[in-house]
Design a protein around this ligand. Structure first.
Ligand code: AMP
Length: 193
């Protein structure tokens, strides 16, 4: 089973990816985590992307496509994977289509977590007030989030129709409780007979 989780920043993709990884044994691939790891290590890649990530813009398609293609080619992904944070542009989605076709990998579902903008902004405000400064992501403040939401609308939301055309898109109400969202996703992955 190979899954893509889509949705705006703060929709709960990371939380649900963790849940799916523990319940279904899938490998969680978060491009945001990979970039933060590179930045934390101070690697060449990390230095190159730091400013872009901190500003809430998207890292270039070339860098991201190379990163994810290398990762999904590793043997551990053969048990199935969950993509959290990739693809984020139509270009990335098309590159992924090509590689999975070439590798004979089947995409099982694309799950969109839908959350209204005002709720996302409230969530981030709470997160900012609850998290000590030294533990907070540099891109986790209200102003950057507002920019990231616009980036999502402009560059990422246009890939939803792409997956809808392929018959893979399922939308879950991301404003339900965390457990309820997990239940609904499980129901999509393993429908009750
Ligand atoms: P995330 O943790 O998924 O919210 O990602 C944090 C940041 O990493 C984003 O705001 C982007 O700057 C960058 N990023 C993560 N995934 C991608 C991607 N697929 N394409 C471009 N930039 C990305």
């Amino acid at each position: 089973m190979n899954i893509i989780l889509l949705g705006p920043p703060g929709a709960g993709k990371g939380t649900q990816a963790k849940f799916l990884s523990s319940v279904f044994g899938l490998v969680k691939l978060s491009t945001g985590d990979m970039l933060r790891e590179a930045m934390g290590e101070g690697s060449e890649l990390g230095k190159k992307v730091q400013k872009i990530v901190d500003s809430g813009d998207l890292v270039s398609d070339d860098v991201m496509i190379e990163m994810i293609l290398e990762r999904i080619s590793r043997p551990d992904c053969s048990v199935g994977f969950i993509l959290d944070g990739f693809p984020r542009t139509l270009n990335q989605a098309e590159a992924l289509d090509r590689v999975i076709k070439k590798k004979n990998i089947e995409l099982s579902h694309v799950i969109e977590l839908a959350v209204k903008t005002n709720i996302l902004i409230n969530r981030i405000k709470n997160r900012v007030s609850e998290t000590p400064n030294d533990q907070r992501r540099n891109d986790d403040d209200e102003q950057t989030l507002t920019h990231r939401l616009k980036v999502y609308e402009d560059q990422t939301a246009p890939i939803l129709p792409h997956y809808e055309k392929l018959g893979l898109l399922r939308t879950v109400d991301g404003m339900l409780s965390e457990v309820e969202v997990s239940n609904q996703i499980s129901e999509i992955l393993v429908p009750e007979r």
